[in-house]
Design a protein. Structure first.
Length: 172
C-alpha cells in the first residue's frame, strides 16, 4: 500500500537525519511522533496536517536556486507539494513535484534529507492545516530553462546570495 511505503520512507529519512541545530532536532522528533500516530499522514487527506515533499532546486553550478511565487502563500518558496497515492517514497514525490512545477527534465535528486520545515497553511483541502515539509536537494542540468506551471504565479532562478526579500527557503 502506498500510504505505508510513503510513511516508511519518511520515517527512515527522519531516523537517519542528523541536524546540527537543536530546533531542527526538535522538529525531527515531532515529525517522527506524528508519523507514529498518523498511518496516512503522508497524504493530503489527513486534515490536521500531512507530510509534504519539497525540492530546493539548484542550478548546475550551485550559484542559483529556482523559486516559485506561490499563489496561496504569497512568498517565494521552494518547489514541492503533496505526496500522491502513486508515489512510493517521499523523495520520489519531491522529484515528481519539482519536474512538474519547473518543466525541467533531467533533474538529479540527492536521496538523503536536506532539511525539514513546518508551515501552517490553507492548502487544496480548503481548511487550515499544517504542511510538514521534508526537503530534498535537487540539481538542474546545465542550461535548464524553467517553464511556469499553473501552480505558480511566477517561477525564476535567483542568485543564492541575493534572494528576494519575501523568500522563505532553506539554504545550507
Amino acid at each position: 500500500m502506498t500510504a505505508d511505503s510513503l510513511r516508511a520512507s519518511a520515517t527512515a529519512l527522519l531516523e537517519t537525519w542528523s541536524p546540527a541545530e537543536g530546533s531542527d532536532q526538535s522538529l525531527r522528533q515531532a515529525m517522527l511522533a506524528f508519523l507514529g500516530s498518523a498511518p496516512r499522514g503522508c497524504l493530503r487527506e489527513h486534515v490536521p496536517g500531512h507530510i509534504t515533499a519539497s525540492a530546493v532546486v539548484f542550478s548546475h553550478d550551485e550559484r542559483e536556486v529556482l523559486l516559485t511565487l506561490h499563489p496561496r502563500v504569497g512568498s517565494w518558496i521552494q518547489l514541492g507539494g503533496h505526496c500522491e497515492e502513486g508515489d512510493d517514497t517521499v523523495a520520489g514525490a519531491a522529484l515528481r513535484e519539482a519536474t512538474e512545477e519547473s518543466g525541467i527534465d533531467g533533474l538529479r535528486l540527492e536521496p538523503e534529507l536536506y532539511g525539514a520545515q513546518a508551515h501552517p497553511i490553507t492548502c487544496s483541502l480548503g481548511v487550515p492545516t499544517r504542511h510538514l515539509d521534508l526537503l530534498f536537494r535537487i540539481t538542474a542540468p546545465a542550461g535548464a530553462v524553467p517553464v511556469r506551471s499553473a501552480e505558480s504565479t511566477d517561477l525564476r532562478w535567483w542568485p543564492v546570495d541575493a534572494l528576494p526579500a519575501n523568500a522563505d527557503v532553506l539554504l545550507r
